[in-house]
Design a protein around this ligand. Sequence first.
Ligand code: NAG
Ligand code: NAG
Ligand code: NAG
Ligand code: NAG
Ligand code: NAG
Ligand code: NAG
Length: 341
Amino acid sequence: MADDLCFFIKESLIVTPKKSPLVLRMIVLIFAMVCGIYIFSICLKQVSTNTEDGFSSVEVVERPCEPPNVEAWEKPYVHYPKPKTFKRAECACSPVRLFAILSTQRSGSGWFETLLNNHTNISSNGEIFSVKVRRSNISSIVETLDNIYNLDWFTSASKNECTAAVGLKWMLNQGLMHHHEEIVEYFRAKGVSAIFLFRRNLLRRMVSILANSYDQNAKLLNGTHKSHVHSADEAEILARYKPTINATLLIPNLKQVDDMATKALEYFKSTRHIVLYYEDIIKNRTKLNDVQDFLRVPRIDLTSHQVKIHKGPLSDQVENWVDIQKALQGTPYESFLHQDY
Ligand SMILES: *[C@@H]1O[C@H](CO)[C@@H](O)[C@H](O)[C@H]1NC(C)=O
Ligand SMILES: *[C@@H]1O[C@H](CO)[C@@H](O)[C@H](O)[C@H]1NC(C)=O
Ligand SMILES: *[C@@H]1O[C@H](CO)[C@@H](O)[C@H](O)[C@H]1NC(C)=O
Ligand SMILES: *[C@@H]1O[C@H](CO)[C@@H](O)[C@H](O)[C@H]1NC(C)=O
Ligand SMILES: *[C@@H]1O[C@H](CO)[C@@H](O)[C@H](O)[C@H]1NC(C)=O
Ligand SMILES: *[C@@H]1O[C@H](CO)[C@@H](O)[C@H](O)[C@H]1NC(C)=O
């Protein structure tokens, strides 16, 4: 329509050439320019509405990160978070992987997490879902996870801009089994990998639970309850307490924990995962290389200052050892009586 209008004006001007040709030419020129600007502005408007409708955001257009040098299957696991609370600075274009350590209480996950956090590029933010409101429903869980994986969650473990792997420690009984369907779907959609950490010797785990729960009231270390210690002296004090295990409930309890681990592996079998055992890491620290490879971070030697509390034969650590021996003999759990760690 704009073109028609210009053409019409041009025509009507050209049919009266008798007047001053210079002035007429100037008028034609000015009209042509005005029409040109008008058409150009319409085109601009159309271009800008197109970009608003589309999915490309201005930031992506401005600073595209180099596509990562990864195989096709790995693409969904690579992220470039844009935290709300800070700029990733020189690491803005280094990829970030998301993970969750899925474990059970007293299975060495605290120790394992301090080892991971000794890596310059790993931020594992602790047992975030030990706080009940954060796991009260799936929307709180998702909101919390989104914050963590967007690097907007701050703990002493946060490495901020140069984090290459970010995650948390999550106990199976902290909403994970209950909301497993939604969480598996979240892990799939967001590309989260799972690190299962279990303890093989569930009898030793039971001793650790009973002792830890006793200490919650007894507070053996000068009136403070500690679940993890950093010196041999402290470990020795805590290990002096010998729990009595209810022999009747022993087998059902062990079976229940065993079943929960099996069920968790079944639920999360479609999630990219690795399964680790506490005992294997204690015996062979090179297992930690497998974890670093799994998280695609450079391999380094990882250290922790935590000290193991219960050491030596189990017979020294349980008050009613004879009953326990009797209860387990001839059952699938008999080997727990003899295994180290
Ligand atoms: C890892 O542990 C070593 C030895 O304790 C320590 O010097 C280093 O600062 C730790 N690194 C991180 C990132 O915590
Ligand atoms: C989920 O839990 C949070 C925190 O307890 C609460 O504020 C929110 O209303 C709940 N949402 C739904 C959908 O129940
Ligand atoms: C690890 O962190 C360092 C700085 O702390 C950074 O220079 C390096 O690029 C990071 N590595 C990865 C793989 O992100
Ligand atoms: C407990 O107190 C004793 C002395 O009263 C002190 O030597 C020891 O370091 C304290 N231990 C802790 C864990 O605070
Ligand atoms: C073991 O637990 C059962 C069931 O709770 C209880 O009836 C029994 O008295 C307990 N035995 C001991 C020795 O505490
Ligand atoms: C230690 O673990 C690594 C990695 O999983 C494995 O290749 C190696 O054979 C193990 N070494 C021993 C002595 O078990």
